[in-house]
Design a protein around this ligand. Sequence first.
Ligand code: PLP
Length: 415
Amino acid sequence: MKTTFINHEQLCEITKRYPTPFHLYDERGIRENARKLKQAFSWNKGFKEYFAVKATPNPYILKILKEEGCGVDCSSYTELMLSEAVGFNSEQIMFSSNVTPKEDFVKARSMDAIINLDDITHIDFLDKVAGIPEIISCRYNPGGDFTIGNHIMDTPGEAKYGFTYAQLVEGFKELKDRGVKKFGLHAFLASNTVADEYYPALAGVLFETAVRLKRETGIEISFINLSGGVGIPYKPDEKATDIIKVGDGVKRAYEDILIAEGMKDVAIYTELGRFMLGPYGCLVATVLHKKSIYKEYIGLDACATNLMRPAMYGAYHHITVMGKEDAPYNHKYDVTGGLCENNDKFAIDRMLPEIEIGDLVVIHDTGAHGFAMGYNYNGKLRSAEILLRQDGSTEMIRRAETPEDYFATLDFTAC
Ligand SMILES: *Cc1c(COP(=O)(O)O)cnc(C)c1O
Protein backbone atom coordinates (compact mmCIF):
# COMPACT_ATOMS: atom_id res chain seq x y z
CA MET A 1 0.00 0.00 0.00
CA LYS A 2 1.23 3.48 -0.88
CA THR A 3 1.36 5.75 2.15
CA THR A 4 1.91 9.48 2.49
CA PHE A 5 4.04 11.53 4.85
CA ILE A 6 1.08 12.82 6.84
CA ASN A 7 -1.49 10.95 8.93
CA HIS A 8 -5.19 11.67 9.31
CA GLU A 9 -4.95 13.17 12.76
CA GLN A 10 -2.14 15.59 11.77
CA LEU A 11 -4.01 16.56 8.65
CA CYS A 12 -7.22 17.33 10.57
CA GLU A 13 -5.20 19.70 12.74
CA ILE A 14 -3.64 21.36 9.69
CA THR A 15 -6.99 21.82 7.94
CA LYS A 16 -8.30 23.66 11.01
CA ARG A 17 -5.75 26.37 10.21
CA TYR A 18 -5.71 26.28 6.42
CA PRO A 19 -8.79 25.66 4.30
CA THR A 20 -8.50 23.08 1.51
CA PRO A 21 -7.43 22.78 -1.21
CA PHE A 22 -3.69 23.26 -0.66
CA HIS A 23 -0.40 21.66 -1.57
CA LEU A 24 1.51 20.36 1.45
CA TYR A 25 5.31 19.78 1.41
CA ASP A 26 7.43 17.64 3.72
CA GLU A 27 10.68 19.36 4.75
CA ARG A 28 12.11 16.21 6.32
CA GLY A 29 11.59 14.12 3.19
CA ILE A 30 13.07 16.83 0.96
CA ARG A 31 16.21 17.08 3.09
CA GLU A 32 16.74 13.34 3.52
CA ASN A 33 16.37 12.74 -0.21
CA ALA A 34 18.74 15.60 -1.12
CA ARG A 35 21.35 14.13 1.23
CA LYS A 36 20.99 10.70 -0.33
CA LEU A 37 21.54 12.14 -3.81
CA LYS A 38 24.67 13.88 -2.59
CA GLN A 39 25.88 10.63 -1.06
CA ALA A 40 25.21 8.74 -4.31
CA PHE A 41 27.57 11.09 -6.17
CA SER A 42 30.07 11.73 -3.37
CA TRP A 43 32.71 9.90 -5.46
CA ASN A 44 32.75 12.92 -7.80
CA LYS A 45 34.58 15.91 -6.34
CA GLY A 46 32.72 18.58 -8.30
CA PHE A 47 29.23 17.08 -8.05
CA LYS A 48 26.36 19.53 -7.80
CA GLU A 49 22.58 19.24 -8.14
CA TYR A 50 20.93 22.24 -9.79
CA PHE A 51 17.28 21.92 -8.80
CA ALA A 52 14.94 22.57 -11.74
CA VAL A 53 13.07 25.61 -10.40
CA LYS A 54 10.16 25.10 -12.80
CA ALA A 55 9.17 21.96 -10.85
CA THR A 56 8.43 23.82 -7.58
CA PRO A 57 9.03 27.57 -7.87
CA ASN A 58 8.71 28.54 -4.21
CA PRO A 59 11.46 30.44 -2.37
CA TYR A 60 11.00 28.47 0.88
CA ILE A 61 11.56 25.21 -0.99
CA LEU A 62 14.56 26.67 -2.83
CA LYS A 63 16.01 27.82 0.48
CA ILE A 64 15.81 24.31 1.95
CA LEU A 65 17.59 22.91 -1.10
CA LYS A 66 20.21 25.67 -0.90
CA GLU A 67 20.92 24.67 2.69
CA GLU A 68 21.45 21.12 1.41
CA GLY A 69 24.08 22.37 -1.02
CA CYS A 70 21.99 22.48 -4.19
CA GLY A 71 22.09 25.12 -6.88
CA VAL A 72 19.23 26.00 -9.21
CA ASP A 73 18.41 25.39 -12.83
CA CYS A 74 16.43 28.28 -14.31
CA SER A 75 14.74 28.59 -17.68
CA SER A 76 13.20 32.06 -17.63
CA TYR A 77 13.58 35.63 -16.45
CA THR A 78 11.24 35.21 -13.48
CA GLU A 79 12.91 31.98 -12.36
CA LEU A 80 16.21 33.89 -12.35
CA MET A 81 14.59 36.64 -10.25
CA LEU A 82 13.23 34.08 -7.80
CA SER A 83 16.63 32.40 -7.47
CA GLU A 84 18.34 35.76 -7.00
CA ALA A 85 15.91 36.64 -4.21
CA VAL A 86 16.81 33.40 -2.39
CA GLY A 87 20.50 34.31 -2.64
CA PHE A 88 21.76 32.01 -5.39
CA ASN A 89 24.50 33.50 -7.53
CA SER A 90 26.97 32.83 -10.34
CA GLU A 91 28.02 29.18 -10.42
CA GLN A 92 25.08 28.16 -8.23
CA ILE A 93 22.79 28.97 -11.16
CA MET A 94 22.41 27.02 -14.37
CA PHE A 95 20.41 28.75 -17.07
CA SER A 96 18.98 26.05 -19.36
CA SER A 97 16.51 27.86 -21.57
CA ASN A 98 15.32 27.50 -25.12
CA VAL A 99 13.79 30.02 -27.56
CA THR A 100 15.41 32.50 -25.20
CA PRO A 101 14.39 36.17 -25.27
CA LYS A 102 17.13 38.78 -25.20
CA GLU A 103 16.11 40.05 -21.74
CA ASP A 104 16.57 36.59 -20.26
CA PHE A 105 20.16 36.28 -21.51
CA VAL A 106 20.92 39.79 -20.26
CA LYS A 107 19.54 38.90 -16.82
CA ALA A 108 21.44 35.58 -16.70
CA ARG A 109 24.69 37.36 -17.63
CA SER A 110 24.10 40.09 -15.04
CA MET A 111 23.84 37.34 -12.40
CA ASP A 112 26.90 35.58 -13.85
CA ALA A 113 24.87 32.37 -14.18
CA ILE A 114 26.21 29.39 -16.14
CA ILE A 115 24.48 29.59 -19.49
CA ASN A 116 23.57 26.30 -21.14
CA LEU A 117 23.04 27.14 -24.82
CA ASP A 118 20.24 25.33 -26.64
CA ASP A 119 21.27 26.14 -30.20
CA ILE A 120 24.30 27.04 -32.28
CA THR A 121 22.67 30.29 -33.48
CA HIS A 122 22.49 31.40 -29.84
CA ILE A 123 26.26 31.89 -29.82
CA ASP A 124 25.94 34.96 -32.06
CA PHE A 125 22.71 36.00 -30.39
CA LEU A 126 24.16 35.84 -26.87
CA ASP A 127 27.35 37.57 -27.99
CA LYS A 128 25.32 40.41 -29.48
CA VAL A 129 22.87 40.92 -26.59
CA ALA A 130 24.99 40.20 -23.51
CA GLY A 131 28.46 38.98 -24.47
CA ILE A 132 30.02 35.52 -24.20
CA PRO A 133 31.01 34.49 -20.65
CA GLU A 134 34.15 32.54 -19.72
CA ILE A 135 32.15 29.50 -18.63
CA ILE A 136 29.54 28.07 -20.96
CA SER A 137 27.67 24.84 -21.57
CA CYS A 138 26.01 23.42 -24.68
CA ARG A 139 23.04 21.12 -24.86
CA TYR A 140 23.49 18.01 -26.98
CA ASN A 141 20.79 16.24 -28.99
CA PRO A 142 22.07 12.95 -30.43
CA GLY A 143 18.95 12.55 -32.62
CA GLY A 144 17.33 9.21 -33.43
CA ASP A 145 16.01 7.04 -30.61
CA PHE A 146 17.54 6.84 -27.16
CA THR A 147 17.62 3.17 -26.27
CA ILE A 148 18.73 1.11 -23.29
CA GLY A 149 19.30 -2.48 -24.43
CA ASN A 150 16.55 -2.85 -27.00
CA HIS A 151 14.08 -0.66 -25.14
CA ILE A 152 13.29 2.75 -26.68
CA MET A 153 13.29 5.29 -23.83
CA ASP A 154 12.49 8.36 -25.92
CA THR A 155 13.04 9.91 -29.35
CA PRO A 156 15.52 12.83 -29.21
CA GLY A 157 15.21 13.06 -33.01
CA GLU A 158 11.72 14.48 -32.45
CA ALA A 159 12.77 16.87 -29.66
CA LYS A 160 13.25 20.60 -30.27
CA TYR A 161 16.25 20.88 -27.95
CA GLY A 162 19.98 20.99 -28.35
CA PHE A 163 22.86 20.92 -30.86
CA THR A 164 23.67 18.12 -33.29
CA TYR A 165 27.12 16.59 -32.87
CA ALA A 166 28.49 18.51 -35.88
CA GLN A 167 27.13 21.72 -34.36
CA LEU A 168 28.81 20.92 -31.03
CA VAL A 169 32.19 20.64 -32.78
CA GLU A 170 31.68 23.89 -34.64
CA GLY A 171 30.09 25.64 -31.66
CA PHE A 172 32.77 24.74 -29.12
CA LYS A 173 35.53 25.90 -31.51
CA GLU A 174 33.69 29.16 -32.09
CA LEU A 175 33.17 29.68 -28.35
CA LYS A 176 36.86 29.02 -27.69
CA ASP A 177 37.78 31.64 -30.28
CA ARG A 178 35.48 34.08 -28.48
CA GLY A 179 37.28 33.57 -25.18
CA VAL A 180 35.47 30.75 -23.35
CA LYS A 181 37.78 29.09 -20.80
CA LYS A 182 35.56 26.41 -19.31
CA PHE A 183 33.14 24.17 -21.18
CA GLY A 184 30.18 22.05 -20.15
CA LEU A 185 28.08 19.46 -21.92
CA HIS A 186 24.40 18.76 -21.21
CA ALA A 187 21.67 16.43 -22.47
CA PHE A 188 18.14 15.52 -21.40
CA LEU A 189 17.06 12.40 -23.25
CA ALA A 190 14.15 10.85 -21.32
CA SER A 191 11.61 12.05 -18.77
CA ASN A 192 10.25 10.44 -15.59
CA THR A 193 12.30 7.27 -15.88
CA VAL A 194 12.41 5.00 -12.83
CA ALA A 195 14.83 2.58 -14.56
CA ASP A 196 18.10 2.67 -12.58
CA GLU A 197 19.93 2.30 -15.94
CA TYR A 198 18.77 5.69 -17.28
CA TYR A 199 21.39 8.01 -15.81
CA PRO A 200 24.30 5.58 -16.40
CA ALA A 201 23.22 5.13 -20.06
CA LEU A 202 22.82 8.89 -20.55
CA ALA A 203 26.17 9.47 -18.82
CA GLY A 204 27.73 6.95 -21.23
CA VAL A 205 26.46 8.93 -24.23
CA LEU A 206 27.73 12.23 -22.79
CA PHE A 207 31.09 10.85 -21.65
CA GLU A 208 31.75 9.31 -25.06
CA THR A 209 30.78 12.57 -26.71
CA ALA A 210 33.19 14.48 -24.45
CA VAL A 211 36.00 12.08 -25.37
CA ARG A 212 35.22 12.45 -29.07
CA LEU A 213 35.13 16.25 -28.77
CA LYS A 214 38.50 16.23 -27.05
CA ARG A 215 40.03 14.06 -29.76
CA GLU A 216 38.53 16.08 -32.60
CA THR A 217 38.87 19.64 -31.26
CA GLY A 218 41.31 19.47 -28.36
CA ILE A 219 38.67 21.05 -26.17
CA GLU A 220 38.40 19.59 -22.66
CA ILE A 221 34.96 19.47 -21.10
CA SER A 222 35.03 20.58 -17.44
CA PHE A 223 31.52 19.54 -16.40
CA ILE A 224 28.87 17.15 -17.66
CA ASN A 225 25.26 17.87 -16.81
CA LEU A 226 22.99 14.82 -16.72
CA SER A 227 19.98 17.18 -16.39
CA GLY A 228 16.63 15.87 -15.10
CA GLY A 229 14.47 12.90 -15.91
CA VAL A 230 15.01 10.56 -12.97
CA GLY A 231 11.50 9.44 -12.14
CA ILE A 232 9.45 8.61 -9.08
CA PRO A 233 7.02 5.73 -8.47
CA TYR A 234 3.60 7.34 -8.96
CA LYS A 235 1.87 3.95 -8.98
CA PRO A 236 1.78 1.66 -5.93
CA ASP A 237 3.37 -1.24 -7.82
CA GLU A 238 6.26 0.82 -9.22
CA LYS A 239 9.68 0.55 -7.66
CA ALA A 240 11.48 3.71 -6.53
CA THR A 241 14.74 4.66 -8.23
CA ASP A 242 17.69 3.36 -6.21
CA ILE A 243 19.75 6.54 -6.35
CA ILE A 244 22.81 4.94 -4.74
CA LYS A 245 22.80 2.29 -7.46
CA VAL A 246 22.32 5.03 -10.07
CA GLY A 247 25.34 6.92 -8.69
CA ASP A 248 27.42 3.72 -8.82
CA GLY A 249 26.35 3.12 -12.42
CA VAL A 250 27.43 6.63 -13.44
CA LYS A 251 30.71 6.11 -11.59
CA ARG A 252 31.40 2.93 -13.56
CA ALA A 253 30.76 4.74 -16.87
CA TYR A 254 32.98 7.60 -15.65
CA GLU A 255 35.85 5.23 -14.93
CA ASP A 256 35.43 3.19 -18.12
CA ILE A 257 35.14 6.15 -20.48
CA LEU A 258 36.56 9.36 -18.96
CA ILE A 259 39.29 8.13 -16.61
CA ALA A 260 40.43 5.71 -19.33
CA GLU A 261 40.97 8.79 -21.51
CA GLY A 262 42.83 10.67 -18.79
CA MET A 263 39.85 12.97 -18.05
CA LYS A 264 39.95 12.76 -14.25
CA ASP A 265 38.51 16.09 -13.13
CA VAL A 266 35.20 16.30 -14.93
CA ALA A 267 32.47 17.48 -12.54
CA ILE A 268 29.08 15.79 -12.70
CA TYR A 269 26.03 18.03 -12.45
CA THR A 270 22.36 17.09 -12.27
CA GLU A 271 19.24 19.20 -12.82
CA LEU A 272 16.64 17.07 -11.11
CA GLY A 273 13.17 18.37 -10.42
CA ARG A 274 10.71 15.53 -10.01
CA PHE A 275 13.13 13.30 -8.11
CA MET A 276 13.95 16.08 -5.63
CA LEU A 277 10.41 17.12 -4.78
CA GLY A 278 7.73 14.88 -6.31
CA PRO A 279 7.09 12.46 -3.43
CA TYR A 280 7.48 15.19 -0.79
CA GLY A 281 4.35 17.09 -1.73
CA CYS A 282 0.67 16.22 -1.87
CA LEU A 283 -2.56 17.97 -2.78
CA VAL A 284 -5.09 18.02 0.04
CA ALA A 285 -8.75 18.38 -0.91
CA THR A 286 -12.19 17.96 0.60
CA VAL A 287 -15.09 16.03 -0.90
CA LEU A 288 -17.78 18.57 -1.81
CA HIS A 289 -20.31 16.42 -3.64
CA LYS A 290 -21.20 12.88 -4.58
CA LYS A 291 -23.02 12.25 -7.82
CA SER A 292 -24.60 9.08 -9.12
CA ILE A 293 -25.58 8.84 -12.82
CA TYR A 294 -24.15 6.29 -15.28
CA LYS A 295 -21.05 6.24 -13.09
CA GLU A 296 -20.27 7.22 -9.51
CA TYR A 297 -18.57 10.60 -9.17
CA ILE A 298 -16.74 12.21 -6.27
CA GLY A 299 -16.43 16.00 -6.62
CA LEU A 300 -13.51 17.71 -4.85
CA ASP A 301 -12.79 21.32 -4.00
CA ALA A 302 -9.54 20.89 -5.99
CA CYS A 303 -9.52 20.59 -9.76
CA ALA A 304 -7.14 20.28 -12.70
CA THR A 305 -5.99 23.89 -12.25
CA ASN A 306 -4.36 22.71 -8.99
CA LEU A 307 -2.83 19.61 -10.59
CA MET A 308 -2.80 19.36 -14.34
CA ARG A 309 -0.92 16.11 -14.87
CA PRO A 310 -3.91 13.69 -14.89
CA ALA A 311 -5.85 15.88 -17.35
CA MET A 312 -2.82 16.66 -19.50
CA TYR A 313 -1.01 13.32 -19.65
CA GLY A 314 -3.53 10.89 -18.20
CA ALA A 315 -0.97 10.62 -15.40
CA TYR A 316 -1.69 8.35 -12.45
CA HIS A 317 -1.70 9.99 -9.00
CA HIS A 318 -2.45 7.77 -6.04
CA ILE A 319 -5.34 8.85 -3.84
CA THR A 320 -5.81 8.18 -0.14
CA VAL A 321 -9.11 8.84 1.60
CA MET A 322 -7.81 9.95 4.96
CA GLY A 323 -8.95 7.96 7.96
CA LYS A 324 -10.20 5.15 5.70
CA GLU A 325 -6.82 3.63 4.90
CA ASP A 326 -7.86 0.26 6.28
CA ALA A 327 -11.44 0.20 4.96
CA PRO A 328 -12.24 -2.15 2.06
CA TYR A 329 -11.52 -0.70 -1.39
CA ASN A 330 -14.88 -1.80 -2.76
CA HIS A 331 -16.25 1.32 -4.49
CA LYS A 332 -15.42 2.37 -8.03
CA TYR A 333 -15.29 6.14 -8.51
CA ASP A 334 -14.30 8.87 -10.92
CA VAL A 335 -12.71 11.54 -8.72
CA THR A 336 -13.25 14.93 -10.34
CA GLY A 337 -12.81 18.65 -10.00
CA GLY A 338 -15.30 21.29 -11.00
CA LEU A 339 -13.95 22.55 -14.32
CA CYS A 340 -16.29 22.65 -17.30
CA GLU A 341 -14.00 20.13 -19.00
CA ASN A 342 -14.65 16.42 -18.86
CA ASN A 343 -10.92 15.69 -18.58
CA ASP A 344 -10.95 17.30 -15.11
CA LYS A 345 -10.63 13.92 -13.40
CA PHE A 346 -7.93 13.02 -10.88
CA ALA A 347 -8.86 9.37 -11.24
CA ILE A 348 -11.11 7.28 -13.48
CA ASP A 349 -12.64 3.97 -12.34
CA ARG A 350 -10.49 4.03 -9.20
CA MET A 351 -11.29 1.47 -6.49
CA LEU A 352 -11.51 3.32 -3.17
CA PRO A 353 -13.21 2.96 0.20
CA GLU A 354 -16.75 4.30 0.39
CA ILE A 355 -16.46 8.10 0.38
CA GLU A 356 -18.69 10.59 2.21
CA ILE A 357 -19.10 14.31 1.71
CA GLY A 358 -16.58 16.13 3.89
CA ASP A 359 -13.92 13.40 3.67
CA LEU A 360 -10.34 14.61 3.35
CA VAL A 361 -8.57 13.28 0.32
CA VAL A 362 -4.83 13.27 -0.31
CA ILE A 363 -3.56 13.16 -3.89
CA HIS A 364 0.02 11.87 -3.75
CA ASP A 365 3.26 12.94 -5.38
CA THR A 366 2.37 16.51 -6.31
CA GLY A 367 5.59 18.07 -4.99
CA ALA A 368 7.02 18.62 -8.48
CA HIS A 369 5.19 19.81 -11.59
CA GLY A 370 2.07 20.09 -9.41
CA PHE A 371 1.26 23.59 -8.16
CA ALA A 372 3.78 24.85 -10.72
CA MET A 373 1.65 23.83 -13.70
CA GLY A 374 -1.41 25.54 -12.21
CA TYR A 375 -3.57 27.91 -14.16
CA ASN A 376 -6.70 30.02 -13.83
CA TYR A 377 -9.14 28.44 -16.29
CA ASN A 378 -12.82 28.76 -15.33
CA GLY A 379 -11.82 31.59 -13.01
CA LYS A 380 -10.36 29.07 -10.58
CA LEU A 381 -7.87 30.50 -8.10
CA ARG A 382 -4.48 29.02 -7.29
CA SER A 383 -4.28 27.33 -3.90
CA ALA A 384 -2.01 27.97 -0.96
CA GLU A 385 1.20 26.02 -0.38
CA ILE A 386 1.93 24.79 3.16
CA LEU A 387 5.24 23.52 4.46
CA LEU A 388 5.31 20.79 7.12
CA ARG A 389 8.46 21.60 9.08
CA GLN A 390 10.69 18.92 10.57
CA ASP A 391 9.39 19.71 14.07
CA GLY A 392 5.81 19.03 12.97
CA SER A 393 4.79 22.68 12.78
CA THR A 394 3.33 24.13 9.60
CA GLU A 395 4.04 27.32 7.74
CA MET A 396 2.11 28.88 4.89
CA ILE A 397 4.73 29.40 2.19
CA ARG A 398 2.30 30.82 -0.35
CA ARG A 399 -1.15 32.17 0.34
CA ALA A 400 -4.11 31.20 -1.81
CA GLU A 401 -5.12 33.58 -4.59
CA THR A 402 -8.09 35.86 -4.06
CA PRO A 403 -10.43 37.29 -6.70
CA GLU A 404 -8.35 40.50 -6.46
CA ASP A 405 -5.30 38.56 -7.66
CA TYR A 406 -7.32 37.10 -10.50
CA PHE A 407 -8.49 40.53 -11.61
CA ALA A 408 -5.16 42.31 -10.96
CA THR A 409 -4.22 42.54 -14.64
CA LEU A 410 -7.52 44.11 -15.66
CA ASP A 411 -8.45 47.76 -15.54
CA PHE A 412 -12.25 47.85 -15.20
CA THR A 413 -12.35 51.64 -15.17
CA ALA A 414 -10.95 51.80 -18.72
CA CYS A 415 -13.36 49.43 -20.44
C1 PLP B 1 12.27 20.13 -16.77
C2 PLP B 1 13.73 20.11 -16.82
C3 PLP B 1 14.48 19.51 -15.79
C4 PLP B 1 13.85 18.75 -14.65
O1 PLP B 1 13.16 17.65 -15.11
P1 PLP B 1 12.57 16.56 -14.08
O2 PLP B 1 11.87 15.59 -14.99
O3 PLP B 1 11.66 17.26 -13.17
O4 PLP B 1 13.72 15.95 -13.38
C5 PLP B 1 15.85 19.59 -15.87
N1 PLP B 1 16.48 20.24 -16.88
C6 PLP B 1 15.81 20.83 -17.88
C7 PLP B 1 16.54 21.55 -18.94
C8 PLP B 1 14.41 20.78 -17.89
O5 PLP B 1 13.74 21.36 -18.89
